[in-house]
Design a protein around this ligand. Structure first.
Ligand code: ZN
Length: 294
């Protein structure tokens, strides 16, 4: 018999970082990567099993959340559009083939909307940007897969062409990664691509400007804090779901995690400087740093 995941704490409108008024609503945005079996120990944290993913979705239903499309949250933040009482957003990054084979049928069975952020330069290929982490052989979705998912209600978002650290690249390269990924994906699915996700969540003021000017309406960062109705629509905070998170742990995080503050932490700014140096002077430590900072 399937377990049920009742939330012990329905008072989840209270965050520790921001004092809430009636107009500020918690909007958890979950970030999944691969649903399946990890090809390596280094990448294991970013894979959840099929049964774990299914149990998470069950917990989300049982705890009374309403899964809403990301676009509805963006509209709410921009124009005060309506949201249900306990909204939650599901996002999946990278565009691994298991998003279609494993995640999609489970989402479909629950009628949960979601958005898939796709690395547009690797369609139909393997995840070779993850080679240093022992995960360079994961099959990616094909253009046909994307058309199928888009036609069946999964929103498609852009996640660059090659998955670089955008906040460390020269502007011209950032512009290319952002604009081209939008074009490639919109050509395939025949619809405007309106949302972007920064690889590893790394972004800077300049990155945000380039994403805005490319025509996107929103962008997701990571931050591992709970988003809310006053969040920045071009740096929406997401909570990374890791392989060791049981439904109870996830439920607890959704209830207790702080709301995202407006300002970046000093640690974030310092990390960006380190990444810029690493890009200029790459060495063997780079893979380890990339893995640790994801
Ligand atoms: Zn990614």
């Amino acid at each position: 018999m399937r377990k049920t995941w009742k939330s012990d704490n329905r008072m989840n409108a209270v965050g520790h970082g921001i004092s809430l008024t009636r107009s500020v609503q918690r909007i958890p945005i979950l970030l999944y990567h691969s649903v399946g079996t990890s090809p390596s120990a280094q990448f294991r944290d970013f894979c959840v099993s099929e049964s774990q993913f299914s149990d998470h979705l069950e917990m989300i239903s049982e705890s009374g959340y309403t899964v809403v499309p990301l676009s509805q949250v963006v509209e709410h933040i921009a124009e005060g559009g309506p949201l249900p009482p306990r909204p939650l957003v599901l996002t999946i990054d990278d565009g691994f083939r298991d998003s279609l084979d494993i995640a999609y049928p489970l989402l479909r069975a629950k009628e949960f909307p979601s958005i898939l952020y796709v690395v547009a330069g690797f369609l139909g290929l393997k995840s070779t940007w993850l080679t240093d982490e022992g995960a360079g052989n994961i099959p990616m979705v094909s253009p046909e897969d994307l058309c199928f998912l888009s036609a069946n209600g999964m929103e498609i978002g852009a996640h660059t062409l090659t998955h670089p650290w955008l906040d460390s690249l020269p502007s011209e390269e950032v512009r290319r990664e952002v604009q081209r990924s939008r074009l490639v994906l919109s050509d395939i699915v025949g619809e405007s691509i309106e949302s972007f996700a920064y690889p590893h969540g790394y972004h800077s003021h300049r990155t945000v400007q380039l994403v805005r000017s490319a025509g996107f309406h929103s962008a997701c960062a990571v931050r591992n804090l709970v988003s809310h109705s006053s969040d920045n629509p071009f740096a929406l905070s997401r909570v990374t779901v890791r392989s060791d998170m049981s439904p109870e742990m996830l439920d607890n995080i959704l209830n207790s995690a702080d709301l995202a503050p407006k300002r970046e932490k000093i640690r974030t700014l310092a990390g960006r400087q380190i990444r810029r140096v690493k890009y200029r002077f790459p060495n063997k430590q780079q893979a380890r740093v990339k893995n640790a900072e994801r």
